[in-house]
Design a protein around this ligand. Structure first.
Ligand SMILES: [Mg+2]
Length: 337
């Protein structure tokens, strides 16, 4: 796989192209070569992030673009491992960074304290980040007392896949067919589509209706506290109550939607970062088999622009055409509303 190149800190302008809605323009600082573009497109009044029911869909999708204007898939084209300029400067004679010191790219789907269930749309070309829908209604998580929305920045590690055909040895459950989930416990409130570099600290084995749904616990490497947090035990000592709140949140967050409480492997105990790194590595291998077409894709769209050993790789021109055709069809849909 090709790497994403050197990481630079820069500001990116995000513009909306919402049809029938007020256009917004915001600047988002990101520490990566990837930016997002709020690209689309079906919009009406009532776009709030509360957990109330919305009968009128208000939908938007974000398509990721590189800083030089190329469309990419946030699932397949962003490298799992973040290459820092610092790392590139390390002289060859110095020993390689140990696995536990490696930083990972995280694609932020849901900003902390918000409720809209934004996620990488794995079955759509170039995998835009969209709000999940169920039975035609947009999904929001309820507020789990005493919290508001998600209690961390929540997202995914790119180039990972929890394979539904693989049974976990410990829990006997198969993967949930999604990239592996991450909770960033840093204090910065991130934006949907932002790509941040995180330090992995541990992992929780959530089981969602019989499916394996690992939750990586990590901290934004830019967080002032990141240097003090190097293990799950450090989180326990320095952030009292944080881990307990995390388990309780995941246990209960679907109950207001009429679902049972989620269960956990290992009695709901967090595993340490070495364990987490092994799980991440195995989900990365499963993803690699997926984009190399060694597995049945099961509806997952593997179109990518950077994975050189993938039969699903397309050119940047083709990627632009994909985004333009989606824009055109959605614009036509909104015209008829
Ligand atoms: Mg998951």
């Amino acid at each position: 796989m090709e790497s994403g190149g050197t990481l630079k800190f820069h500001f990116l302008v995000v513009k909306s192209f919402l049809v029938g809605a007020k256009a917004v323009e915001i600047s988002v600082p990101v520490s990566s070569p990837f930016c997002l573009r709020l690209c689309l497109l079906r919009s009406t009044a009532g776009n709030t992030d509360s957990s109330e029911t919305h009968t009128t869909p208000t939908s938007k999708a974000q398509v990721n673009k590189t800083s030089d204007g190329k469309y990419i898939s946030p699932f397949h084209d962003i490298p799992l491992i973040a290459e820092t300029e610092q790392a590139n400067d390390v002289p060859a004679k110095k020993s390689k960074k140990s696995e536990s010191e490696v930083l990972y790219n995280m694609v932020v789907e849901v900003p902390r304290w918000s409720n809209a269930k934004m996620e990488i749309a794995i079955k759509e070309p170039l995998n835009p980040i969209k709000q999940d829908e169920k039975k035609g209604k947009l999904r929001y998580v309820a507020n789990i007392f005493p919290h508001k929305g998600y209690i961390w920045n929540y997202g995914a590690l790119p180039q990972t896949w929890e394979d539904p055909g693989q049974k976990d040895k410990e829990t006997n459950c198969c993967g949930d067919n999604d990239p592996i989930d991450v909770c960033d416990i840093g204090t910065q409130v991130c934006s949907t589509g932002q790509v941040i570099q995180v330090k992995v600290l541990g992992i929780l084995a959530m089981i969602d209706e019989g499916e394996m749904d690992w939750k990586v616990i990590a901290i934004n490497a830019e967080d002032p506290d990141a240097k003090n947090l190097n293990s799950i035990e450090d989180v326990r000592k320095n952030r009292p109550g944080h881990l307990e709140a995390t388990v309780e949140w995941f246990r209960k967050y679907k109950v207001p939607d009429g679902k049972p409480e989620n269960k956990f492997g290992f009695n709901g105990e967090f595993k340490d970062k070495d364990f987490a790194v092994e799980i991440i590595k195995s989900t990365h291998e499963h993803w690699r088999a997926l984009v190399q077409k060694q597995k049945n894709t099961g509806g997952i769209d593997c179109k990518n622009t950077l994975c050189c050993d993938s039969p699903f790789r397309c050119t940047t021109d083709e990627a632009r055409e994909v985004v333009q055709s989606v824009r055109t069809s959605l614009a036509l849909v909104s015209h008829y509303w």
